[in-house]
Design a protein around this ligand. Sequence first.
Ligand code: PA5
Length: 408
Amino acid sequence: MIKFDFNTYVKDFISEDQIKKYQMITPQIKEYLNTNDMAGWYHLDKLFNKEILNDINQTATYIRDNCDVFLVLGIGGSYLGAASGIEALNQYYYNNSMSPQIYFVGHNLSSDYYHDLINNIKEKSIIINVISKSGSTLETKLAYQLIMDLMRSKYSEQELKKRVIVTTDEETGALRTEVNEQGYKSFVLPRNIGGRYSVFTPVGLLPMAVSKIDIEKLYIGSKEANDNLETQIKYAVIRKLLYDQGKLVEAYVVYEPKLYSFTEWLKQLYGESLGKKDQGILPISFINSRDLHSLGQFIQQGNKILFETVINIKKSNHDIKIDQYDKSLNDINNIASKATSIAHFNGNVLNNIIDVDALNEETLGYLFQFFMTSCAISGYLEDVNPFDQEGVEEYKRIMRELLVNNMN
Ligand code: PA5
């Protein structure tokens, strides 16, 4: 269902011998994934256990039956996985035709955004899921405060208990205290899983289940990825070898715009996990064929700092025939991808190709797990910790100082 081609548009630049040298450390990589304190996401059987799945599916049904608007409050790893899944596996313009409408909020500090959001939803029946592992992230905290002001103006304390769902650490943090004091329904983000690796915990699974995604099928795909670890190792090794050759940027390229949020998830995963010690590949994304008409020129003939990892969806859900070419629109999209890879390779821009036969729960589950695992392996190969993000704290520290000292 997924084919990886790390050869056609890479050959001549990387030899099989170079790859084999790294493959010899497969046992150490397995040991690392199996024993690292923050690799809870790798142990899929613990995440997809019956009890958790039942709780998520029952809660999702309850949410669907009891609101018009479902708000997911969170930022970074606390929303990008769910947003990618919902966007990739549902029809376009989801909120125009599905109930409940699902909005991801808490990822910005825009006054206009919250003003307009609240005006838009204030007459509707609302359930919220606030997601924060730490419980202290400013954007999520402020969103929670603003939305709870609205919720309290609409609902009694008793009713709020049916409309506020919290996903956070099992024991610590302000949100856990809130759950203990108010009696809100809650889910746990396990201690040994960081936000950007949390898509297969209730952080990602509950919002996806609300949109009727079959979360058990995500498990089937992710498990298959775990069973094919050598592909993840190969991809991580190729990234390392290209970095050693001076490739400083990796572009994640898609031709299916439904994968837009997935590319955002990828950028966070690779950027926050590996950009450390003054090193690392900068992850960017292209949504083609749109971006061929903006950045395509740079890629073809500009500075050769980048390589591409292209995710193609071979079959669409709904075919549209284009008579003058005697082809479907999706065929034409696939031809655009192939033509671009050939052209870019001719211009010495290397392409890793991932051909997904169709976009569904199983293939997306595979892709999530494939990229999380190879990202962790990249951290191992590059000798950085792929599970922390100390650099993000610096702006927060300065911001706290500015806020406390009343400086604008
Ligand atoms: O991947 C990460 O750890 C981060 O992106 C977090 O998910 C993000 O900063 C939000 O943190 P929290 O869930 O504690 O609010």
